[in-house]
Design a protein around this ligand. Structure first.
Ligand code: GDP
Ligand code: FO1
Length: 300
């Protein structure tokens, strides 16, 4: 068994390959939920949905969110009615948000709601939210403290970040299910996800770091040089006091990592790290990297 820590783009690209080189029942994924948001009364969990749709074979792998060939009729009609939805939500995607919102309002844990949805979608892998507690990444800016989705989608990342904050009514704890998955795993892989908005929220969940301390942890950098492969990780890293590089990524993981992997193109060496081609520009590249990571996990 391998447990992966994942956001909604970089690690899912690796998981796309992993499901081809591993027994799919041997894959557990602990997914970031700090980007979750309620929209029009429904519950969007972008990273869980991306991982779930990926494993179900229905993910839009051009955008890495939403379902392939979804329609946007409800979104367009709602806009015509004067209701602003700053996130473009597909019709079939929205059905999932409605179902999850209902389950959560009825008191179900996010872990169980996710299991129900994954079962409906025929997912064989073990997809686990990092916590059942509602927790949100918020960005402190000139215009106030805003939800990460407001920063990234509504403002297109064009705001200066004063501080990255995690907000919750009570400190989020990891779940029994996550602890069991880690306990049953020979290796934990921190995928090439955003260190600040995807991986740190997972690591901050109570009990998680302690569980990792007894495991062999491989981490893969989302940076090549001083830029991430995509997205706002550089600005977020700098605002959080880290170098926007692979070394900064390793620093951010604070001594939890046994083996660090970064890209063959990276101009600066990270001490004791392994170099691989980490650019997963298509499925074949994802499979190739997945095979190499699996090999590293086996020969550790
Ligand atoms: P988010 O939830 O959409 O932010 O997705 P993640 O946190 O899972 O992934 C975002 C990170 O993935 C970004 O920082 C990218 O640099 C990284 N990323 C995307 N594609 C690749 C890739 O092919 N290789 C590597 N090494 N990193 C990637
Ligand atoms: N990202 C966008 O940039 N624009 C969108 O309209 C958008 C809609 C959307 C709907 C459902 C979903 O699960 C994800 C969606 N995303 C969209 C992705 C977005 O949530 C972020 O890219 C991730 O949360 C960043 O980690």
């Amino acid at each position: 068994m391998i447990t992966f820590l994942s956001g909604g783009t970089g690690t899912p690209k690796l998981l796309r390959g992993m499901q081809k080189v591993m027994d799919r029942h041997e894959i557990s994924v602990v997914v970031n939920t700090a980007e979750d948001i309620w929209i029009s009364g429904n519950h969007i969990s972008p990273d869980i949905d991306t991982v779930m749709y990926l494993f179900s074979g229905i993910l839009n792998t051009d955008s890495w969110w939403g379902l392939r060939d979804d329609t946007f009729t409800t979104h367009e009609e709602i806009e015509k009615l004067g209701i602003e939805e700053f996130i473009t939500i597909g019709d079939r995607d929205r059905a999932v948000h409605i179902a999850r919102g209902k389950m959560l309002r009825e008191g179900m844990r996010l872990t169980n709601a996710t299991k129900n949805l994954c079962d409906r979608f025929g997912v064989r892998e073990n997809v686990l939210p990092m916590t059942d507690t509602e927790v949100t990444t918020r960005i402190k800016t000139d215009i106030g403290l805003i939800h990460y989705q407001d920063y990234w989608i509504r403002a297109r990342g064009n705001l200066e970040i004063q501080e990255v904050m995690r907000c919750s009514a009570e400190p989020p704890q990891t779940t029994e299910e996550v602890l069991q998955a880690i306990e049953a795993s020979d290796v934990v892989v921190i995928g090439p996800s955003n260190p600040i908005t995807s991986i740190t929220p997972i690591l901050e969940c109570g009990g998680l770091k302690k569980a990792l301390a007894g495991r062999y942890v491989i981490a893969i950098s989302p940076f090549v040089g001083n830029a991430p492969v995509s997205g706002p990780a550089a600005a977020l890293m700098k605002a959080s006091g880290f170098e926007a590089t692979s070394k900064g990524t390793l620093d951010c993981y604070g001594g939890l990592v046994d083996l660090f992997v970064h890209d063959i193109r990276d101009p600066v060496d990270v001490c004791d790290a392994v170099r691989l081609d980490t650019l997963m520009t298509n499925e074949a590249k994802s499979i190739e990297l997945a095979g190499e990571i699996l090999h590293l996990a086996e020969v550790r």
